[in-house]
Every structure is written in structure tokens, then in C-alpha cells.
Design a protein. Structure first.
Length: 191
């Protein structure tokens, strides 16, 4: 059982490292490359290449964004201690009259060291949901812990195919581990 778990863990680690290496090797592509397909631009540059931004500042991540930010909305962390601003949605294309996390085109950035929510609300006073200079100055030096595009509306066939193959590989590894475990349990002496 321990051997099977170790083999599964090693395979998972190897696949994960391979995917991270592949992500890091991809260069930034300008919006013109995607011929007006905003979603593919966001998927490629901010979901597939997300490791490029981790540890960098929000200002550095937004400097690469070639679309104007239509509105900004927060992700809040409430619990013990003061409430914090865990991250922000930077929406570049709104698909309806009301903000909608399932339909709007955005990048979502999580902060490595979330600021206190009251401080953010003070900085954004009078800005509504706009990325005003006051809001930008408040967030520009915060470090990125995670970044991605709207994953609810993936269209990129390469990304979807990669997800399908990864799921198939994982299911195959699980199936093999279960079979190996059954074989070991049915024949405890190893004969």
C-alpha cells in the first residue's frame, strides 16, 4: 500500500512539474495575435502563463494587460481578526447590464499578503467599481499569489484538450493503483 501511494505521489509530482515547466516556457502574446478574441488572450496570458506573475506586483501584472479595465470588484476574506481584501476581479469586458462572474471577461488576482478591507474601502471611496488612480495606487505594490482568467467560459481548444488528457491520465493512474492494490491484497505473500 505504501509503495502504491509513493508511486502515485511520484507520478502526480512528475506530471505537475512537467506542466509548470511548460507554462513557464510560454512567452507573452499580444492581443493582436488573437485577432480580437479577448477570452483567448486572457486564457493564454493569465491562465496558461499564470506562473509568470506569481510573486510580482499587481502593477507589473496590469502593465501587460492590453485591455482597459471596465470595473473592479473585490474578493473578501472574513473571519478571525480584521476582514481582508483577498483579491480582485479586473473585468475587461462586461457581457450584460449587471456584473456577472460567469459571463464577464476578467482576470482574477489573489494577493500574497491581503490588505485590510477597511483600508481598501477608504482608498476606493468615491470610485465606485472603477480602477481609479487612488485604487491603483493602493494595490499596485501588492504581490500576486495567484492569477487566472474567467475559467467558467474556457473556449481555447488546446486548453480544453489539455484538461481532458490530464483527467484521463489521472483516472488511468487511479485505476492502475486500485488494480495493483487489489492484486497485492489478494496475494499478500507476493507470489
Amino acid at each position: 500500500m505504501k509503495r502504491t501511494n509513493f508511486i502515485l505521489f511520484a507520478l502526480f509530482l512528475l506530471l505537475s512539474l512537467g506542466q509548470l515547466w511548460a507554462q513557464e516556457q510560454k512567452p507573452y502574446k499580444p492581443a493582436a495575435t488573437f485577432k480580437g478574441d479577448t477570452l483567448r488572450y486572457l486564457e493564454y496570458n493569465y491562465t496558461i502563463r499564470q506562473s509568470q506573475y506569481i510573486g510580482k506586483t499587481i502593477g507589473e501584472a496590469l502593465k501587460d494587460l492590453e485591455y482597459p479595465v471596465v470595473y473592479v470588484t473585490g474578493i473578501y476574506q472574513i473571519g478571525d481578526g480584521p476582514s481582508r481584501l483577498a483579491g480582485l476581479f479586473f473585468v475587461v469586458r462586461q457581457m450584460g447590464t449587471e456584473p456577472n462572474e460567469l459571463k464577464d471577461y476578467y482576470i482574477r488576482i489573489w494577493f500574497a499578503d491581503p490588505p485590510i478591507l477597511d483600508e481598501y474601502q477608504e482608498a476606493s471611496k468615491g470610485s465606485g467599481n472603477n480602477l481609479s488612480p487612488q485604487v491603483y495606487n493602493f494595490i499596485k505594490d501588492l504581490k500576486v499569489s495567484s492569477i487566472s482568467s474567467n475559467q467558467y467560459i474556457f473556449k481555447d481548444p488546446v486548453l480544453l484538450e489539455g484538461q481532458r488528457r490530464a483527467t484521463e491520465r489521472t483516472n488511468e493512474m487511479i485505476r492502475r493503483a486500485i488494480e495493483e492494490n487489489k492484486r497485492i491484497n489478494n496475494n499478500p505473500s507476493g507470489q
